[in-house]
Design a binder for this molecule. Structure first.
Ligand code: ATP
Ligand code: MG
Length: 554
């Protein structure tokens, strides 16, 4: 490890800490608050924390930072564990909970009071704001700041036993009301919250703040590198102050990196919850959501998400990554790994008049054009087929490389055909194309030298299977939906979902496993829906098109 170059500043710090002996082993943690599903930004944090532990032969904990009972729930706790595992990581030992350290944290609060480093303050929220000062003006000491230790101990104990109402009192650290860092102006350590907690029930009516909890939890778990996002940079002096003033027995250090934001996306959990609650999407795992479970259901692979997280790097600045880079990573992975198949989205009947009515030919096609080791698939070929409406015109100019009346085209993995006539309905719309096969063109050009101009996909009308196809696109049509003048809910792309009933798929696709990825040739990448797909009623979700149609960055 010492010999390989660091890929980012965190790796450099850790390599140095190991070399100097500051730490013997690397221990990191991923600390989600269970108040929503994980999203692409969390995937980045997961890949950083688990990735560093992996790279340096250390350990990474999964710790629920559950200090805020009102917004948290068991559903989130379960989904988060599932998502971390799906991304391909395993935490060290059991899942941990901040709430299982509540007694220890309380004992340390008592310790701070005994040392004269914390006090119970009766200012209400409004008064506390006034006393706090501003960025340009120092704060003023609370009139309760000089309470004696015995009185503080008594009041803290009574806060804990539920004697006071919410907001009546808080416990604050006694640091410096004139500090230029607002976080050091006697920050709150404990609040009264008469809310039941999903892990501890009604045992506690006071809850530690993030600042009081986080570093101490890190210390309890022996975390060596506590990695978080840049908004916590100004909290680091408080993190250090608490570690130094408490007998915690270990010395974690906090490091910050820039949050991942992607264009065309919102990642605030509050906003994602709003999309769910208002029914804009079908749930946290709607394939349009930037949640891990949404991306999974969309057909993104864990490997592609991990690669994307590595590719964008880990730096000390916040920035917006073009979502096309994520899509590019997905496309790359699927192009390499997804089995090919044929699906006709807008079917038009094609009848091969020279082909015997009851004949079924089992044609063979590669599962993947570049990877022979993936084997072949069997395509039943019959007299009646479906092709896509878009792939036929009665007349067309030379640029149109599909089927035209009187012209030839190759049916992918099958014969060259020539279109002879059309059947129309009363409104004049073409409802059937009648054609004939050109002899001896399986895998070879026609003997008469008249080559087809293009290749189109098809499915046997007799042997194919009907399927529901959900065509997903980006959820927002605005590049920065949460920074626009309009409300983000007004920027939802009305075409982010189109459902196609009655598409035709080759029969092998109906037998797909749920969550199996495919390239539907000439159409894009699709996945068998994780919940709704079955061989009797196949359902596929479009993961991404074959090419980026939003811009031409790649
Ligand atoms: P949100 O703002 O979406 O509610 P959060 O930061 O409150 O996110 P947490 O559950 O506290 O969510 O996050 C768990 C960990 O994931 C934290 O260490 C946090 O810094 C990190 N994290 C959250 N969002 C991002 C992001 N966009 N990029 C990188 N890391 C992130
Ligand atoms: Mg947070």
């Amino acid at each position: 490890m010492e010999n390989s170059p660091a890929n980012n500043f965190l790796e450099a710090i850790i390599a140095e800490d190991l070399a100097s002996g500051r730490v013997q082993e690397v221990v990191t943690r991923f600390p989600p608050e269970p108040n929503g599903y994980l999203h692409i930004g969390h995937a980045k944090s997961i890949s950083v924390n688990f990735g560093l532990a992996e790279r340096f032969g250390g350990r990474c904990n999964l710790r629920f930072d559950d200090t805020n009972p009102e917004k948290e729930s068991q559903e989130y706790i379960e989904s988060i564990q599932e998502d971390v595992r799906w991304l391909g990581y395993q935490w060290d030992g059991e899942v941990r909970y901040a709430s299982s350290y509540f007694q220890q944290l309380y004992d340390w609060a008592v310790y701070l009071v005994e040392q004269g480093d914390a006090y119970v303050c009766d200012l209400d929220a409004q008064q506390a704001r006034e006393y706090r000062g501003t960025l340009t003006e120092p704060g003023r000491n609370s009139p309760y700041r000089d309470r004696g230790i015995a009185e503080n101990l008594d009041l803290l104990h009574r806060m804990k036993t539920g004697e006071f109402g919410e907001g009546a009192k808080v416990l604050r650290a006694k640091i410096d009301m004139a500090s230029p860092n607002m976080n050091m102006r006697d920050p709150i350590l404990y609040r009264i919250r008469k809310a039941a907690h999903h892990q501890t029930g009604t045992e506690w009516v006071i809850y530690p703040t993030y600042d009081f909890a986080h570093g101490q939890e890190d210390a309890i778990e022996g975390i060596t590198h506590s990695i978080c996002t840049l908004e916590f940079e100004d909290h680091r002096p408080l993190y250090d102050w608490l570690i130094e003033h408490l007998p915690v027995g270990s010395r974690p250090r906090q490091y910050e990196f820039g949050r991942l934001n992607t264009s065309y996306t919102v990642t605030s959990k509050r906003k994602l919850k709003q999309l769910v609650d208002e029914g804009v999407v079908t749930g946290w795992d709607d394939p349009r959501m930037p949640t891990v479970s949404g991306m999974r259901r969309r057909g993104f692979t864990a490997q592609a998400i991990r690669r994307f997280c590595n590719m964008i790097g880990t730096t000390r600045s916040d920035g917006v990554v073009d979502v096309a880079m994520l899509e590019h990573a997905i496309r790359d992975d699927l192009n390499e790994n997804a089995i090919r198949g044929m699906c006709v989205l807008k079917p038009l009947k094609l009848v091969l008049t020279d082909y015997p009515e009851d004949q079924v030919e089992a044609l063979s096609a590669p599962a993947h054009p570049g990877r022979a080791e993936l084997g072949t698939r069997t395509l039943p070929f019959t007299r009646e087929l479906y092709i896509d409406v878009e792939d036929f015109r009665e007349e067309a100019n030379k640029k149109y490389k599909r089927l035209v009346l009187g012209k030839r085209v190759r049916l992918r993995n099958a014969y060259v055909i020539e279109a002879d006539e059309v059947v129309k309905d009363d409104s004049g719309a073409v409802i059937e194309v009648r054609a004939h096969t050109v002899a001896d063109t399986l895998g070879r050009d026609p003997d008469d030298g008249i080559k087809p101009k293009g290749v189109i996909h098809w499915v046997s009308a007799q042997k194919g299977v009907q399927a529901t196809i959900r065509l997903y696109d980006r959820l927002f049509h605005h590049e920065a939906p949460d920074k626009a003048d309009e409300h983000f809910l007004d920027l939802v792309n009305p075409e982010s979902l189109q459902v196609v009933e009655g598409a035709w798929i080759e029969p092998a696709l109906a037998a797909a496993d749920r969550e199996q990825n495919f390239q539907f040739e000439r159409e894009g990448y699709f996945v068998a829906d994780r919940f709704d797909h079955s061989s009797d009623a196949p359902v596929f979700n479009r993961t991404i098109g074959l090419r980026d149609t939003w811009n031409n960055a790649f």
